[in-house]
Structure formats: structure tokens, C-alpha cells
Design a protein around this ligand. Structure first.
Ligand code: NAP
Length: 292
């Protein structure tokens, strides 16, 4: 496993983390899958109050060395008191005294960012959270959020990024590099599309490159992401087999030539993702739909 510094925190986390959206309720096999990841070098778990998986994460980490826990507050809870309450509920479900990375899930223009960030800083002061992150924020929104903080700094932006959704490369990836933030790549397997042969030419290239290193196409796709200095990938996997395969994406180094080949084959996916284009509207829409 490769470990990378989170933002400028001097704290290292595994370059491959565990995503937990749509993992569903607690079952023995899902607990086993998460624990298999933890036993094989993964020490970063991503969840969110809206996913309904914080209790599953809590169960999986019970009586074990605590991994780095990242969770998120939903935009409808961005008012001062609601942030505090949401965090306390997350802590209970997770069964931990402290959240390592607390992220604003989507921007919410209807609540002043100063109010939200003031609550986030209180949580830091009280030791309930360690670091503040954001998700689905554009560079100008990260700047605004940072300005609203008095003592802390935003350490990461979690955005959609994969070989088939490369819109992050236009603005947010260079921004994160320049400002020293980690980019946490969500849906790194294209929310399944990269494992389902939806793009045969890309699948073929992943296979070809994988054969050179004795790795699977999934491992090559994830390795492409983490080959970038400040990028961490958080694939979601329901089984032990998938988790172990994903963890194995972080122990080989591709040549520059192979990375260039992947960039070339996936060049047509450089346009912005739908989420990135309609981000601000999505945040309002999702308030009602509660799908993430
Ligand atoms: P993803 O990780 O790109 O893809 C998940 C799919 O890939 C699942 O169907 C999974 O199957 C499959 N998979 C994983 N490892 C595999 C393997 N080794 N072989 C074959 N199939 C494999 O999609 P995602 O869930 O959208 O994104 C990952 C995480 O990012 C989420 O869980 C969540 O934590 C985060 N996320 C954040 C946001 C946000 O707004 N911040 C939005 C979306 C996602 P199985 O389940 O059958 O293993």
C-alpha cells in the first residue's frame, strides 16, 4: 500500500480508501469485507450521514485500531446548530469519539458559508473532528469556504474523477495541487462503468497494460488515479474479493508510457461530468431527493 499525506496535515492515509455509498445495511459479509481491507493496508474509510452506512463502518471498526474516518454533513444541515447535531449523531453511529475528516457534502448557497464554517471550527476546538474537508466544491467555492475559517484550513476536496470522468483535470485538480489539498476521487471505477466493459477500447487497454504488471484492469484504472501525487481513490466494494483486488491497486508503479497511453485512450472523457456542470443545482435538488 502507498500512503499519502492528506492535504498539508503531515498525516498519511492509504492512497486507496474504502467508499461506502450504497453498501446498505450491516451484514457479516460486508463487515468482513471492510475488515479485510483494514487488514491489508487500507486505513481510510469514507462515509456520509446520508449514506446510512456509518453504523456499518462503526461495526466493522469496533474493537480494532481506529482507521482514519471520513464522513460528511448533508447540505440541509449546514445551519450552525444542525452541523453540531449532525456531527454528534454521526459520532454515535460510528461509535468513535472523533471524526478524522468532516466534509461538507455539497455546496449550499442558501446558508452562509461563514455560519457553517463557524460550526465546523467549534467541532475542531471541541475535539469532535480533526480536519475539515469539502466535496463537490469548485475552486472559487473552496476559496470562499477557506476565507470563512479563522484557524483551520480545508485539507481536501472530494470530487468525481476516473478514467471516464476526467473533468476534474480542468480546474479542481490543478487548484488542489497549487493549494496543497488532497483530491479524493469518488466513483473511481465510474460507478461500475469501468468494470462492465461499457467502453471496450479502454477495457482492452487496461487489460493489455495490466498483463505487463500481472494486475487486473480494475487495479490499473485505480493505479492511474493514485499515480497523481495528491490524489486518493475511494472505490466502493461489497465483497472481500473486490476490496482485496482494489487494495492491490496501490503496490505497483506504472511507467510514464503506460500512463500516457491511458490518458490518450480516455482523452474523450475529459469533458466535465454532469455533476460538475450542474453542481449548484444538484445540491438544491438533492436536498429533496436524498439520493447520495
Ligand atoms: P465506484 O467505486 O466507482 O464503483 C463501485 C462499483 O464497482 C460497485 O458496483 C462495485 O461492485 C464495483 N467494484 C469495486 N471493486 C471492484 C472489483 N475489484 N472488481 C469488480 N467490481 C468492483 O462507485 P461509487 O460507489 O459511486 O464511488 C465510490 C465511493 O465514492 C462511494 O462509495 C462514496 O464513498 C463516494 N462517493 C461520493 C460522492 C460525493 O458526492 N461525495 C458521490 C458518489 C460517491 P461491488 O459492490 O459488487 O463490490
Amino acid at each position: 500500500m502507498i500512503y499519502k499525506e492528506l492535504g498539508k496535515t503531515k498525516e498519511k492515509v492509504s492512497a486507496i480508501g474504502l467508499g461506502t455509498w450504497q453498501l446498505g445495511e450491516i451484514t457479516e459479509s460486508k463487515v468482513d469485507a471492510i475488515r479485510a481491507g483494514l487488514d491489508n493496508g487500507i486505513d481510510f474509510i469514507d462515509t456520509a450521514e446520508i449514506y446510512g452506512t456509518e453504523d456499518l463502518v462503526g461495526e466493522a471498526i469496533k474493537n480494532r485500531k481506529k482507521p482514519f474516518i471520513a464522513t460528511k454533513v448533508w447540505p440541509s444541515n449546514f445551519k450552525y446548530d444542525s452541523v453540531i447535531k449532525a456531527c454528534e449523531s454521526s459520532l454515535k453511529r460510528l461509535g468513535v469519539p472523533q471524526i478524522d475528516l468532516y466534509q461538507l457534502h455539497w455546496p449550499n448557497k442558501s446558508i452562509p458559508i461563514k455560519e457553517t464554517m463557524s460550526a465546523m471550527e467549534r467541532l475542531v476546538e471541541e475535539g469532535k473532528i480533526r480536519y475539515i474537508g469539502v466535496s463537490n466544491f469548485r475552486p472559487e467555492e473552496v476559496d470562499e469556504a477557506n476565507k470563512a475559517l479563522k484557524k483551520s484550513e480545508i485539507v481536501s476536496d472530494q470530487v468525481e474523477y476516473s478514467l471516464i470522468v476526467r473533468g476534474a483535470e480542468k480546474k479542481i485538480l490543478p487548484y488542489c495541487k497549487k493549494k496543497g489539498l488532497s483530491l479524493i476521487a469518488y466513483s473511481p471505477l465510474g460507478h461500475k462503468k469501468l468494470v462492465s466493459n461499457k467502453h471496450p477500447e479502454l477495457t482492452e487497454t487496461l487489460k493489455e497494460i495490466g498483463e505487463k504488471y500481472g494486475r487486473s484492469p480494475v487495479q490499473v484504472a485505480l493505479n492511474w488515479l493514485i499515480s497523481m501525487d495528491n490524489v486518493i481513490a475511494i472505490p466502493k466494494a461489497s465483497s472481500k474479493e473486490h476490496v482485496l483486488e482494489d487494495a492491490g491497486a496501490a503496490d505497483f508503479v506504472m511507467t510514464k508510457g503506460d500512463i500516457a497511453k491511458l490518458n490518450e485512450v480516455s482523452a474523450k472523457f475529459q469533458s466535465k461530468s454532469l455533476y460538475q456542470m450542474v453542481g449548484p443545482l444538484v445540491s438544491v435538488y438533492l436536498k429533496f431527493k436524498r439520493i447520495f
